[in-house]
Ligand binder design. Structure first.
Ligand code: DGJ
Length: 324
């Protein structure tokens, strides 16, 4: 084959592979190792996709009760590259690592300001502070700056997540008032401040909420409050974020396959994506080694298909997945 045809064939095959997408293999059960050979420390992970790259932030539990926030990135959810320690004890804020610790950091991109924003649970050692904190940065993997912390709109707030709706409105959702209810906080246009709170799941004592929107329906997964011990994951759905949430429906086995929800990812086609559940298998006795668990789930009407897979393969472009 002469050089000309070699290059024609080479570029055609590269084009073919990138149109079809590559398959990657995700394995559950033990802590992931990053591309430098270190344990991935990003518990209670939050995600943001930029182009084909997924950015993941989470608690660095190497020092059990003083988590910094680490960021990793990957295009296949299999190989994770360490990007930066984006929030650091004692450096980003003097109280952090002393009077306050971070749990459940979650990431948003605010198109209006062009800034990346982190919301998280900002807590005292005995969980009495019940606060949130906000950080921002000009670039995704930079050193984030502290914006503010406290009880959002004066409301006691613990386990949390964020949700960005299709019209760009962003929300902080957290377990409020001593774990009684969930509070859905609509955020200001710059995503830095809560503007309004709607109480959801009144008296239901839910935590670890994770919301995803499919078409005109919102689905929420959440857990009960049992410390680090796993419990039954429940699903609720609604046509509106602020009202009409269905009653809670149990999904999976009675301990969510020993996980607690952290995030739900959309992979592949925009209208009919594959959904990946991301949860933490907390190991109370050895918190730093708690694995992150991922498996495909689906919502069908009022049902959630939530089957655990120890290993699966996924095509990041098409969202197709299979397991052996
Ligand atoms: C369950 C929460 O979901 C975690 O984020 C953490 O706060 C533990 N409780 C602490 O017991």
């Amino acid at each position: 084959m002469n050089r000309f045809w070699f290059f024609v064939l080479f570029f055609l095959s590269v084009g073919f592979v990138s149109a079809k997408g590559k398959w990657s293999s995700v394995e559950n059960g033990s802590i992931w190792i990053d591309t430098e050979g270190n344990k991935v420390q990003a518990h209670a992970a939050g995600f943001l996709r930029v182009g084909e790259r997924w950015y993941m932030i989470g608690e660095d539990r190497s020092v059990r009760w003083r988590p910094d926030v680490n960021m990793y990135s990957s295009t296949d959810l299999q190989h994770w590259t360490f990007e930066n320690k984006i929030i650091r004890n004692g450096v980003t804020h003097p109280d952090l690592g002393k009077d306050r610790m971070i749990e459940r950091p979650k990431l948003l991109y605010c198109e209006k300001t062009g800034k990346f924003v982190v919301w998280c649970h900002w807590e005292a050692g005995d969980y009495s502070a019940s606060e949130a904190a906000v950080f921002q940065c000009d670039k995704i993997n930079g050193d984030y700056e502290y914006v503010w912390s406290g009880r959002p709109l004066g409301i006691k707030s613990r386990d949390c997540n964020v949700f960005q709706d299709e019209d760009g409105t962003a929300y902080f959702i957290s377990t409020i008032e001593e774990n009684q209810h969930l509070g859905l906080f609509r955020l200001s246009d710059d995503y830095l401040h809560p503007v309004e709170c709607t109480v959801l799941m009144e008296g239901k004592r839910r935590e670890a909420p994770a919301i995803v929107r499919l078409g005109d329906t919102y689905y929420m997964l959440s857990s009960a409050c049992t410390g680090w011990a796993p419990n039954q994951c429940m699903m609720s759905w609604s046509k509106s974020l602020t009202s009409g949430w269905s009653s809670l429906v149990p999904v999976g086995d009675n301990v969510a396959y020993e996980t607690q929800a952290a995030s739900i990812l959309k992979i592949g086609k925009k209208k009919t994506p594959t959904l990946l559940y991301v949860g933490d298998r907390w190991w109370d006795k050895n918190l730093p080694d708690s694995p992150t668990i991922i498996f495909p789930i689906a919502f069908q009407g009022e049902k959630c298909i939530f089957p655990y897979h120890n290993e699966f393969e996924i095509n990041m472009k098409t969202g197709k997945w299979k397991c052996h």
